[in-house]
Design a binder for this molecule. Structure first.
Ligand code: PLP
Length: 383
């Protein structure tokens, strides 16, 4: 074994010993909820395809027709020749939905966060980040070289303390947070955070990956109070409820113009394929015309939390905290035996001691599916 392989093997052995090694498993999704895995057909509660649109006939047809017209790939960065005409259409649709002047599509949600934050803040600036923010908000924060201060989860008092303590020594301050927390399913207090930001001349960015299409008539977490919270930068992804792939930012025209000329992950990465953009447009057509469909994932999640006496779900995501990593893996295996796919989530994705089953509800789950899952999970809570 050469030294590189020894290094890799040593790391793998250590991860294995602490039950933290991850492996890829072939998973053939046959529709929005059923999945073939390990030779079995399982009912999935682990897909972020909240509206089951990945397999919707209109969404697939839009993707196929975009390939026929514009090709399988974009061929270059959007700044060179990769800016096919579907981008402008999707950007206008997203900006309208999010009530902003403009929008910018990125190659993925991860690329969006890694690209946006370093354009907005840099050395000499202050960045405040919720401790439970998604990994790609941390990646963007680190790339920005701004001074990063972590605030306790959803703790407005802590945010204000940090602004009072540090904003004076820095040029600009940016607060970043998930809108819907991806592993906990709870919501950030965006209206209050926005007001706090405004009163301290700070800017607010929220990541609505898990809110678009499923909260507030589909507009997402920024709108849950009935009107738009003052969030300057509304970032999100096309890969969850929209059933496609890609990321976006909705913001004012000058901010979007700046992003389009400065964000490295936009400039130095090939434009999103036409099929993904067309699929997202078709998904928005469905979301905007079917309020009953988009209300279902949250209703299912709430039926589940009611059945198990858990805190009422605020989004389609419900964490069932197990604690120990191995115990969480065992719980996943037990549920798989009963025909359910619910992947265990372990550190470092979640804090140590909070390994969990992350249950994601979709529109296609029936009340009976939800009841059966609740019955299967109940003994795990008692354990
Ligand atoms: C909160 C959050 N932000 C961003 C992302 C990344 O988006 P994408 O999958 O489009 O890269 C994810 C999930 O993957 C997420 O959960």
């Amino acid at each position: 074994m050469n030294s590189l392989d020894r290094f890799a093997q040593g790391k793998l052995d250590a991860l294995e010993a602490s039950h933290l090694r991850r492996v890829l498993v072939d998973s053939a999704r046959e529709d929005g909820i059923w999945i073939a895995r390990n030779g079995r057909r399982l009912l999935s509660f682990s897909c972020n395809d909240y509206l089951n649109l990945t397999h919707h006939p209109k969404v697939k047809a839009a993707a196929i027709s975009a390939i026929e017209k514009y090709g399988a790939g974009s061929g270059a960065s959007r700044l060179v020749t990769g800016n096919h005409p579907l981008f402008a259409e999707l950007e206008a649709r997203l900006a309208k939905l999010k009530q902003t002047e403009a929008a910018c599509i990125f190659g993925s949600g991860y690329l969006a966060n890694a690209g946006i934050i370093p354009v907005i803040v840099g050395e000499g600036d202050l960045l405040l980040i919720d401790e439970l923010s998604h990994s790609c908000l941390w990646a963007g924060s680190q790339l920005s070289r701004a001074r990063a201060e972590v605030f306790r989860h959803n703790d407005l008092v802590h945010v204000e303390e940090l602004l009072n303590a540090h904003h004076g020594d820095h040029r600009h301050a940016l607060i970043v947070t998930d809108g819907v927390f991806s592993m906990d399913g709870d919501l950030a207090p965006l209206a209050d955070l926005g007001a706090l930001a405004q009163s301290h001349d700070a800017w607010l960015m929220s990541d609505d990956a898990h809110g678009l299409g499923v909260l507030a008539e589909g507009r997402g977490s920024v709108f849950v109070n009935g009107s738009k919270a003052p969030v300057d930068l509304q970032m999100g992804t096309l890969s969850k409820a929209l059933g496609s792939y890609g990321g976006y930012l909705c913001a004012s025209q000058p901010v979007i113009d700046l992003i389009k000329t400065r964000a490295r992950t936009l400039i130095y990465s090939t434009g999103l394929p036409p099929a993904s953009v067309a699929a997202a447009i078709a998904a928005l057509d469905i979301i905007e015309s079917d309020p009953e469909l988009i209300a279902r994932p949250l209703a299912n999640a709430q039926a589940f939390t009611r059945a198990l006496n858990l805190p009422l779900a605020q989004s389609p995501i419900v964490p069932v905290i197990i604690g120990d990593e191995q115990a969480a893996m065992n719980a996943q295996a037990r549920l798989e035996n009963e025909g359910f796919l619910i992947t265990a989530i372990r550190p470092p994705t979640v804090p140590k001691g909070t390994a969990r089953l992350r249950v994601a509800f979709t529109a296609g789950h029936t009340p009976q599916d939800v009841e059966q899952l609740a019955s299967a999970v109940r003994p795990l809570l008692a354990a």
